[in-house]
Ligand binder design. Sequence first.
Ligand code: F0G
Length: 456
Amino acid sequence: MKTIIEPFRIKMVEPIRMTTKRERALVLEKAGYNPFFIPAEDCLIDLLTDSGTSAMSTEQWAGVMRGDESYAGSRSFFRFEGVAKSLTGMRHILPTHQGRAAERILFSLVAGRDQVIPSNTHFDTTRANIEFQGARAEDLLCDEGNDLAVRAPFKGNMNLDALKRLLEAAGPGRVPLVMLTVTNNAAGGQPVSMANIRATRDLAKSCGVPLFLDACRFAENAWFIREREEGYRDASLMEVAREMFSYADGCTMSAKKDGLSNIGGFLALNDDDLAARARSMLILTEGFPTYGGLAGRDLEAIAQGLMEVLDEDYMRYRIRSVEFLGEHLTAAGVPIVEPPGGHAVYVDAGRFLPHIPPHEFPGQALVCALYLEGGIRAVEIGSVMFGRRGPDGEFVPARHELVRLAIPRRVLTQSHVEYVVEVILEIQKHREEIRGLRFAREAPILRHFTSTFEPA
Ligand code: F0G
């Protein structure tokens, strides 16, 4: 059969509310033109994020009921630890309330002034946690990754030449670790090849530097390796994932993505000494090492989710549903990051709205148009998120002006996705009428979350 169907049926439904364009105009104004301030109830199709928005399975809900809420030594922890160890092959698993808590613990221990942490591309919370420690976060994306329109199989890869130069120039002790984000969220949800993971590991190792994975979307990355890289055709997704982790010395994980859970994460480490210090920090900021920042029921949901995400039928449907959205937009001439990513389609708002200059935030303007036209909530990944102020307060744009349409896992049907396509094509017809925005209130860090805007 050619049609790839949702490999599940719907057991419980959550109504979504239709709104009028007039209502949405008011909501948008009240939210300061920032989608993070729009009440979820006022969104028809919420594509803000694929994080923590998954629908859980019957087995995950059963796990929730089985959760052991003991403070120490909970049965649910041992189940969670067993699954995470068997997947990552790592010696120490520290549960955290979400991915950034693992980042905070890790970087508070390894990063400091005069240090630099390279990555294929840091996600915004990772970058912020590094910079908060006074260290520098460096993005070294491969050349194909910077060309939005080119269709290449692994546009999330690390630029190995640039990494080599950085490691050689930095000198001893200045690079505490190298990071690889799989898939590369801030660079279009593009995958990283096994060859690139291996080569990054080899380079880092030759300089005595450990490699860490930001593994939020490890399973989607594993699928792309199996589909696109020579030598993996007959491997199971679990085998591919295990090989990816085998090259790393540690990882940070947000279980809100490929953990198919609504909350949770972990820090996995091989280094005994670092793990001991991280556990002390864990107790200080998250909780006792057998629950971290989580309830026993959450640990059960994650343990189950980490296994379900590697199910072949699930992942085939998952990748296909994102690809379907991308294909329809491309066919209609809407510029997107090619090819579609694992968890999202990224519209190139810079090209879609060429009349809006970067300092008037074309991505944010498109986000607002999506909401106004169809009640769709998306997020800007452009100069609002990654632009900055120069030394004299001047505007420094991001490299690209993107809008991410993130697809929650197991939540939407095909007609929801068809509706999203229709709304975007409607916007396309009158796109030259869309106006730019300027800051009404500019937040000092992670400014996409809390800044407000007004029409320019
Ligand atoms: N790393 C990556 C690659 C991420 O995409 C995220 C979160 C994190 C780390 C942090 O994890 O949210 O559990 O603390 N990304 C979400 C998103 C927020 O919408 O892409 P967290």
